[in-house]
Design a protein around this ligand. Structure first.
Ligand SMILES: [Zn+2]
Length: 404
Protein backbone atom coordinates (compact mmCIF):
# COMPACT_ATOMS: atom_id res chain seq x y z
CA UNK A 1 0.00 0.00 0.00
CA UNK A 2 2.76 2.43 1.12
CA UNK A 3 4.93 1.37 -1.83
CA UNK A 4 2.08 2.12 -4.12
CA UNK A 5 1.59 5.50 -2.46
CA UNK A 6 5.31 6.40 -2.71
CA UNK A 7 5.39 5.11 -6.26
CA UNK A 8 2.43 7.31 -7.09
CA UNK A 9 4.04 10.31 -5.38
CA UNK A 10 7.31 9.71 -7.23
CA UNK A 11 5.45 9.53 -10.49
CA UNK A 12 3.57 12.71 -9.57
CA UNK A 13 6.80 14.60 -8.80
CA UNK A 14 8.47 13.32 -11.97
CA UNK A 15 5.48 14.37 -13.98
CA UNK A 16 5.34 17.74 -12.19
CA UNK A 17 9.06 18.39 -12.80
CA UNK A 18 8.57 17.55 -16.44
CA UNK A 19 5.63 19.90 -16.69
CA UNK A 20 7.54 22.65 -14.88
CA UNK A 21 10.54 22.20 -17.17
CA UNK A 22 8.28 22.43 -20.18
CA UNK A 23 6.60 25.54 -18.79
CA UNK A 24 10.00 27.05 -18.00
CA UNK A 25 11.30 26.31 -21.48
CA UNK A 26 8.28 27.84 -23.08
CA UNK A 27 8.57 30.86 -20.78
CA UNK A 28 12.20 31.25 -21.75
CA UNK A 29 11.28 30.78 -25.38
CA UNK A 30 8.46 33.29 -25.13
CA UNK A 31 10.56 35.85 -23.31
CA UNK A 32 13.33 35.46 -25.88
CA UNK A 33 10.99 35.87 -28.80
CA UNK A 34 9.14 38.76 -27.21
CA UNK A 35 12.37 40.57 -26.33
CA UNK A 36 13.63 40.07 -29.87
CA UNK A 37 10.32 41.32 -31.14
CA UNK A 38 10.45 44.30 -28.79
CA UNK A 39 13.90 45.06 -30.06
CA UNK A 40 12.71 45.02 -33.67
CA UNK A 41 9.71 47.12 -32.73
CA UNK A 42 11.93 49.46 -30.77
CA UNK A 43 14.24 50.08 -33.66
CA UNK A 44 11.27 50.54 -35.97
CA UNK A 45 9.00 52.43 -33.61
CA UNK A 46 10.01 55.89 -34.85
CA UNK A 47 10.86 56.62 -38.45
CA UNK A 48 11.87 60.10 -39.53
CA UNK A 49 10.12 61.06 -42.77
CA UNK A 50 11.50 64.59 -43.28
CA UNK A 51 9.40 67.25 -45.02
CA UNK A 52 6.43 65.17 -46.03
CA UNK A 53 4.41 66.33 -49.01
CA UNK A 54 0.99 65.62 -50.44
CA UNK A 55 1.09 66.64 -54.10
CA UNK A 56 -2.67 66.44 -54.72
CA UNK A 57 -4.92 68.10 -52.14
CA UNK A 58 -8.53 69.34 -52.24
CA UNK A 59 -9.31 71.88 -49.54
CA UNK A 60 -12.54 73.28 -51.01
CA UNK A 61 -14.15 76.56 -49.88
CA UNK A 62 -16.21 78.00 -47.02
CA UNK A 63 -17.02 75.81 -44.04
CA UNK A 64 -15.42 72.73 -45.62
CA UNK A 65 -12.16 74.63 -46.16
CA UNK A 66 -12.18 75.72 -42.51
CA UNK A 67 -12.38 72.18 -41.18
CA UNK A 68 -10.23 70.37 -43.73
CA UNK A 69 -7.25 72.74 -44.00
CA UNK A 70 -5.92 72.09 -40.46
CA UNK A 71 -6.27 68.35 -41.14
CA UNK A 72 -3.33 68.50 -43.58
CA UNK A 73 -0.85 68.85 -40.71
CA UNK A 74 -2.81 66.46 -38.48
CA UNK A 75 -2.40 63.87 -41.21
CA UNK A 76 1.39 64.26 -41.13
CA UNK A 77 1.83 66.51 -44.18
CA UNK A 78 4.11 69.55 -44.33
CA UNK A 79 3.73 70.59 -47.98
CA UNK A 80 0.33 70.59 -49.72
CA UNK A 81 -0.15 71.04 -53.46
CA UNK A 82 -3.60 72.58 -53.81
CA UNK A 83 -6.12 71.74 -56.51
CA UNK A 84 -7.97 74.60 -58.22
CA UNK A 85 -11.43 73.08 -58.85
CA UNK A 86 -13.34 75.64 -56.81
CA UNK A 87 -16.57 77.32 -57.84
CA UNK A 88 -15.74 79.15 -60.03
CA UNK A 89 -12.42 77.50 -60.91
CA UNK A 90 -9.16 79.29 -60.06
CA UNK A 91 -8.06 81.00 -63.25
CA UNK A 92 -6.75 84.39 -62.13
CA UNK A 93 -3.77 85.53 -60.12
CA UNK A 94 -5.68 87.57 -57.54
CA UNK A 95 -8.05 84.77 -56.56
CA UNK A 96 -5.24 82.21 -56.27
CA UNK A 97 -3.25 84.61 -54.07
CA UNK A 98 -6.30 85.27 -51.88
CA UNK A 99 -7.10 81.56 -51.61
CA UNK A 100 -3.53 80.86 -50.50
CA UNK A 101 -3.80 83.62 -47.86
CA UNK A 102 -7.05 82.11 -46.55
CA UNK A 103 -5.48 78.65 -46.31
CA UNK A 104 -2.34 79.97 -44.64
CA UNK A 105 -4.44 81.68 -41.98
CA UNK A 106 -6.14 78.37 -41.20
CA UNK A 107 -2.87 76.40 -41.15
CA UNK A 108 0.12 78.68 -40.49
CA UNK A 109 2.64 75.80 -40.42
CA UNK A 110 1.63 74.19 -43.71
CA UNK A 111 3.42 75.17 -46.92
CA UNK A 112 0.89 75.63 -49.72
CA UNK A 113 1.77 75.33 -53.40
CA UNK A 114 -0.92 76.67 -55.69
CA UNK A 115 -2.28 75.83 -59.14
CA UNK A 116 -4.37 77.31 -61.93
CA UNK A 117 -7.28 75.49 -63.53
CA UNK A 118 -6.58 74.98 -67.22
CA UNK A 119 -9.36 76.65 -69.21
CA UNK A 120 -9.80 79.04 -72.10
CA UNK A 121 -9.82 81.91 -69.58
CA UNK A 122 -6.05 81.50 -69.21
CA UNK A 123 -3.55 83.12 -71.58
CA UNK A 124 0.20 82.57 -71.94
CA UNK A 125 0.66 86.10 -70.55
CA UNK A 126 -1.32 85.40 -67.36
CA UNK A 127 0.54 82.11 -66.91
CA UNK A 128 3.95 83.77 -67.41
CA UNK A 129 3.12 86.51 -64.91
CA UNK A 130 1.81 84.03 -62.34
CA UNK A 131 5.00 82.00 -62.70
CA UNK A 132 7.27 85.06 -62.45
CA UNK A 133 5.46 86.27 -59.33
CA UNK A 134 5.67 82.79 -57.77
CA UNK A 135 1.88 82.62 -57.36
CA UNK A 136 1.48 79.18 -58.93
CA UNK A 137 3.66 76.08 -59.20
CA UNK A 138 1.56 74.30 -61.81
CA UNK A 139 -1.65 74.04 -63.80
CA UNK A 140 -4.27 71.35 -63.39
CA UNK A 141 -5.94 69.95 -66.47
CA UNK A 142 -9.39 68.41 -66.05
CA UNK A 143 -11.16 66.72 -68.92
CA UNK A 144 -14.64 68.27 -69.04
CA UNK A 145 -17.17 66.57 -66.82
CA UNK A 146 -15.13 63.67 -65.39
CA UNK A 147 -15.08 64.66 -61.71
CA UNK A 148 -16.17 67.22 -59.08
CA UNK A 149 -16.33 70.77 -60.52
CA UNK A 150 -14.78 69.83 -63.85
CA UNK A 151 -17.51 71.23 -66.11
CA UNK A 152 -15.13 73.99 -67.24
CA UNK A 153 -12.43 71.50 -68.23
CA UNK A 154 -10.85 70.79 -71.61
CA UNK A 155 -11.40 68.27 -74.37
CA UNK A 156 -8.62 65.66 -73.92
CA UNK A 157 -9.09 64.49 -77.50
CA UNK A 158 -7.49 67.71 -78.68
CA UNK A 159 -5.12 69.73 -76.52
CA UNK A 160 -3.86 71.86 -79.41
CA UNK A 161 -5.75 75.00 -78.34
CA UNK A 162 -3.61 75.01 -75.17
CA UNK A 163 -0.24 74.51 -76.85
CA UNK A 164 0.78 78.20 -76.44
CA UNK A 165 0.14 77.82 -72.69
CA UNK A 166 2.08 74.54 -72.51
CA UNK A 167 4.99 76.25 -74.28
CA UNK A 168 5.01 79.02 -71.66
CA UNK A 169 4.78 76.43 -68.89
CA UNK A 170 7.75 74.56 -70.33
CA UNK A 171 9.79 77.79 -70.44
CA UNK A 172 8.80 78.78 -66.90
CA UNK A 173 9.33 75.30 -65.46
CA UNK A 174 5.70 74.98 -64.37
CA UNK A 175 4.17 71.55 -63.82
CA UNK A 176 1.21 70.26 -65.82
CA UNK A 177 -1.03 68.10 -63.63
CA UNK A 178 -3.19 65.80 -65.69
CA UNK A 179 -6.40 64.19 -64.60
CA UNK A 180 -5.77 61.33 -67.01
CA UNK A 181 -9.20 60.14 -68.00
CA UNK A 182 -11.31 60.48 -71.11
CA UNK A 183 -14.95 61.41 -70.59
CA UNK A 184 -17.43 58.56 -71.01
CA UNK A 185 -18.83 57.85 -74.48
CA UNK A 186 -21.39 55.08 -74.92
CA UNK A 187 -22.72 55.52 -78.42
CA UNK A 188 -19.86 57.07 -80.38
CA UNK A 189 -18.29 53.97 -81.92
CA UNK A 190 -15.62 53.80 -79.21
CA UNK A 191 -17.00 52.80 -75.81
CA UNK A 192 -15.43 54.75 -72.98
CA UNK A 193 -16.49 54.18 -69.37
CA UNK A 194 -15.10 54.45 -65.83
CA UNK A 195 -13.10 51.24 -66.15
CA UNK A 196 -11.19 52.06 -69.35
CA UNK A 197 -11.22 55.89 -69.20
CA UNK A 198 -7.64 56.07 -67.86
CA UNK A 199 -6.17 53.54 -70.28
CA UNK A 200 -7.86 55.41 -73.16
CA UNK A 201 -6.15 58.62 -72.06
CA UNK A 202 -2.60 57.24 -72.18
CA UNK A 203 -1.94 57.93 -75.92
CA UNK A 204 -2.68 61.63 -75.19
CA UNK A 205 0.02 61.56 -72.48
CA UNK A 206 2.60 60.14 -74.91
CA UNK A 207 1.68 62.78 -77.50
CA UNK A 208 1.99 65.64 -75.00
CA UNK A 209 5.38 64.40 -73.86
CA UNK A 210 6.56 64.04 -77.46
CA UNK A 211 5.39 67.57 -78.32
CA UNK A 212 6.80 69.13 -75.11
CA UNK A 213 9.71 66.94 -74.05
CA UNK A 214 10.87 69.42 -71.38
CA UNK A 215 7.44 70.05 -69.88
CA UNK A 216 7.09 68.57 -66.41
CA UNK A 217 3.96 66.41 -66.38
CA UNK A 218 2.24 64.50 -63.57
CA UNK A 219 -0.28 61.82 -64.42
CA UNK A 220 -2.41 62.26 -61.33
CA UNK A 221 -3.92 59.54 -59.14
CA UNK A 222 -3.03 56.57 -61.36
CA UNK A 223 -5.35 53.61 -60.94
CA UNK A 224 -4.27 51.12 -63.59
CA UNK A 225 -1.40 48.83 -64.48
CA UNK A 226 -1.59 50.44 -67.94
CA UNK A 227 -0.77 53.86 -66.44
CA UNK A 228 2.07 52.46 -64.33
CA UNK A 229 3.49 50.69 -67.40
CA UNK A 230 3.25 53.93 -69.41
CA UNK A 231 5.27 55.83 -66.78
CA UNK A 232 7.91 53.08 -66.77
CA UNK A 233 8.00 53.16 -70.57
CA UNK A 234 8.50 56.94 -70.73
CA UNK A 235 11.28 56.76 -68.12
CA UNK A 236 12.98 53.64 -69.42
CA UNK A 237 16.13 55.51 -70.49
CA UNK A 238 16.33 57.66 -67.37
CA UNK A 239 19.86 57.50 -65.98
CA UNK A 240 20.70 57.25 -62.28
CA UNK A 241 20.40 60.73 -60.73
CA UNK A 242 18.68 62.20 -63.80
CA UNK A 243 15.39 64.02 -63.13
CA UNK A 244 12.24 62.54 -64.65
CA UNK A 245 10.00 64.82 -66.74
CA UNK A 246 6.90 62.63 -66.64
CA UNK A 247 5.84 61.13 -63.32
CA UNK A 248 2.75 59.72 -61.63
CA UNK A 249 1.12 60.53 -58.33
CA UNK A 250 -0.50 57.71 -56.37
CA UNK A 251 -3.16 58.04 -53.69
CA UNK A 252 -3.37 56.16 -50.39
CA UNK A 253 -6.82 54.72 -51.04
CA UNK A 254 -5.97 53.26 -54.45
CA UNK A 255 -3.23 51.22 -52.77
CA UNK A 256 -5.99 49.43 -50.81
CA UNK A 257 -9.11 49.42 -52.97
CA UNK A 258 -10.36 47.40 -55.92
CA UNK A 259 -13.63 47.51 -57.80
CA UNK A 260 -15.31 45.19 -55.26
CA UNK A 261 -14.71 47.73 -52.50
CA UNK A 262 -16.65 50.60 -54.05
CA UNK A 263 -19.44 48.76 -55.86
CA UNK A 264 -22.12 49.21 -53.19
CA UNK A 265 -19.96 51.34 -50.88
CA UNK A 266 -20.26 55.09 -51.48
CA UNK A 267 -17.46 55.92 -48.99
CA UNK A 268 -14.97 54.18 -51.30
CA UNK A 269 -16.43 55.64 -54.49
CA UNK A 270 -14.06 58.12 -56.12
CA UNK A 271 -12.90 59.21 -59.58
CA UNK A 272 -10.96 57.63 -61.09
CA UNK A 273 -12.63 54.55 -59.64
CA UNK A 274 -10.45 51.80 -58.13
CA UNK A 275 -9.89 49.08 -60.72
CA UNK A 276 -8.98 45.38 -60.67
CA UNK A 277 -6.76 43.43 -58.26
CA UNK A 278 -3.90 43.30 -60.80
CA UNK A 279 -4.11 47.10 -61.12
CA UNK A 280 -3.91 47.56 -57.37
CA UNK A 281 -0.89 45.25 -57.22
CA UNK A 282 0.82 47.30 -59.94
CA UNK A 283 0.16 50.55 -58.04
CA UNK A 284 1.48 49.16 -54.78
CA UNK A 285 4.57 47.76 -56.42
CA UNK A 286 5.18 51.16 -58.11
CA UNK A 287 4.72 52.98 -54.77
CA UNK A 288 7.34 50.84 -52.99
CA UNK A 289 9.64 50.55 -56.03
CA UNK A 290 12.02 53.35 -55.04
CA UNK A 291 11.62 54.86 -58.52
CA UNK A 292 11.65 58.68 -58.44
CA UNK A 293 8.77 58.89 -60.92
CA UNK A 294 6.18 57.55 -58.45
CA UNK A 295 5.23 59.62 -55.42
CA UNK A 296 2.39 60.51 -53.07
CA UNK A 297 -0.61 62.70 -53.85
CA UNK A 298 -3.58 61.80 -51.65
CA UNK A 299 -6.37 63.23 -53.81
CA UNK A 300 -8.22 63.42 -50.51
CA UNK A 301 -11.61 64.71 -51.61
CA UNK A 302 -13.96 65.71 -48.78
CA UNK A 303 -17.71 65.81 -49.27
CA UNK A 304 -20.32 66.31 -46.58
CA UNK A 305 -21.82 63.01 -45.47
CA UNK A 306 -25.18 64.03 -46.97
CA UNK A 307 -23.52 63.91 -50.44
CA UNK A 308 -22.05 60.44 -49.83
CA UNK A 309 -24.93 58.79 -47.94
CA UNK A 310 -27.60 59.33 -50.54
CA UNK A 311 -29.45 57.04 -52.90
CA UNK A 312 -29.07 59.33 -55.94
CA UNK A 313 -26.05 61.26 -57.20
CA UNK A 314 -23.32 60.06 -54.80
CA UNK A 315 -20.32 62.43 -54.93
CA UNK A 316 -17.00 60.94 -56.02
CA UNK A 317 -14.18 61.28 -53.50
CA UNK A 318 -12.49 59.48 -50.62
CA UNK A 319 -11.49 61.50 -47.55
CA UNK A 320 -8.02 60.54 -46.29
CA UNK A 321 -6.43 63.87 -45.30
CA UNK A 322 -6.62 63.51 -41.54
CA UNK A 323 -4.71 60.20 -41.49
CA UNK A 324 -2.86 60.54 -44.82
CA UNK A 325 0.57 59.29 -43.79
CA UNK A 326 -0.86 56.65 -41.44
CA UNK A 327 -2.79 55.01 -44.30
CA UNK A 328 0.26 54.86 -46.55
CA UNK A 329 2.45 53.58 -43.70
CA UNK A 330 -0.08 50.84 -42.99
CA UNK A 331 0.11 49.36 -46.47
CA UNK A 332 3.90 49.83 -46.80
CA UNK A 333 4.30 48.05 -43.45
CA UNK A 334 2.02 45.25 -44.57
CA UNK A 335 4.30 44.46 -47.51
CA UNK A 336 7.49 44.96 -45.45
CA UNK A 337 8.54 48.13 -47.29
CA UNK A 338 8.50 50.82 -44.62
CA UNK A 339 12.08 51.62 -45.60
CA UNK A 340 10.74 53.00 -48.90
CA UNK A 341 8.16 55.27 -47.27
CA UNK A 342 10.29 58.41 -46.94
CA UNK A 343 11.17 58.42 -50.64
CA UNK A 344 7.51 58.06 -51.56
CA UNK A 345 6.04 60.69 -49.22
CA UNK A 346 8.93 63.18 -49.12
CA UNK A 347 12.01 62.87 -51.28
CA UNK A 348 10.75 62.06 -54.77
CA UNK A 349 7.89 64.57 -54.89
CA UNK A 350 9.98 67.33 -53.35
CA UNK A 351 12.79 66.73 -55.85
CA UNK A 352 10.38 66.83 -58.78
CA UNK A 353 8.78 70.09 -57.60
CA UNK A 354 12.12 71.61 -56.61
CA UNK A 355 11.17 71.96 -52.95
CA UNK A 356 13.74 72.26 -50.23
CA UNK A 357 13.79 73.43 -46.64
CA UNK A 358 14.45 77.07 -47.56
CA UNK A 359 11.02 77.26 -49.24
CA UNK A 360 8.99 76.03 -46.25
CA UNK A 361 6.95 78.20 -43.89
CA UNK A 362 7.72 75.73 -41.09
CA UNK A 363 10.75 73.47 -40.94
CA UNK A 364 9.25 70.82 -38.65
CA UNK A 365 9.92 67.27 -39.75
CA UNK A 366 7.37 64.47 -39.64
CA UNK A 367 8.06 61.34 -37.62
CA UNK A 368 6.15 58.12 -38.07
CA UNK A 369 5.39 56.63 -34.65
CA UNK A 370 4.33 53.07 -33.92
CA UNK A 371 1.03 53.50 -32.11
CA UNK A 372 -2.40 52.03 -32.72
CA UNK A 373 -5.09 54.46 -33.73
CA UNK A 374 -8.73 53.88 -34.56
CA UNK A 375 -10.32 55.71 -37.46
CA UNK A 376 -13.61 57.27 -36.34
CA UNK A 377 -16.86 56.25 -37.97
CA UNK A 378 -17.78 59.86 -38.70
CA UNK A 379 -15.78 63.04 -38.12
CA UNK A 380 -17.78 65.94 -36.68
CA UNK A 381 -16.73 69.48 -35.79
CA UNK A 382 -17.69 71.89 -33.00
CA UNK A 383 -20.24 74.49 -34.07
CA UNK A 384 -20.43 73.06 -37.61
CA UNK A 385 -23.13 71.05 -39.29
CA UNK A 386 -20.63 69.33 -41.58
CA UNK A 387 -19.86 65.65 -41.17
CA UNK A 388 -17.10 63.75 -42.92
CA UNK A 389 -16.92 60.03 -43.51
CA UNK A 390 -13.24 59.06 -43.41
CA UNK A 391 -11.64 56.23 -45.36
CA UNK A 392 -11.54 52.93 -43.40
CA UNK A 393 -14.11 53.90 -40.73
CA UNK A 394 -13.70 52.14 -37.34
CA UNK A 395 -10.63 50.28 -38.57
CA UNK A 396 -7.35 50.23 -36.64
CA UNK A 397 -4.10 51.56 -38.07
CA UNK A 398 -0.73 50.76 -36.52
CA UNK A 399 1.06 54.06 -37.07
CA UNK A 400 0.54 57.72 -36.36
CA UNK A 401 2.63 60.86 -36.88
CA UNK A 402 4.35 63.49 -34.73
CA UNK A 403 6.36 66.62 -35.51
CA UNK A 404 9.90 67.39 -34.40
ZN1 LIG B 1 -8.33 65.39 -57.40
Amino acid sequence: MLRELFGGLALYFMFRDQVLKTIKRSTVYRSLTSSTKTQINKTMSRIELGHTADYHVHLRQGEMMEVVTPAVREGGISIAYIMPNLTPPLTDIERVAQYKKDLQKLAPKTTFLMTFYLSNLLTPEIVARAADEGVIRGIKCYPAGVTTNSQAGVDPNDFSAFYPIFKTMEEKNLVLNLHGEKPSVHDGGEDIHVLNAEAKFIPALFKLHADFPNLKIVLEHCTTKAAVDAIYEINKDLKEGEEPKVVASLTAHHLFLTIDDWAGNPINFCKPVAKLPEDRRALLSAAVSGKPFFFFGSDSAPHDLSKKATHVGVCAGVYTQQFAIAYVAEIFDKVGKLDMLKDFVSTFGNNFYGMDESKLVCKDRCVLVKKDIEIPDIITFDHKTLKLAPFKPVEKLSWTTEWI
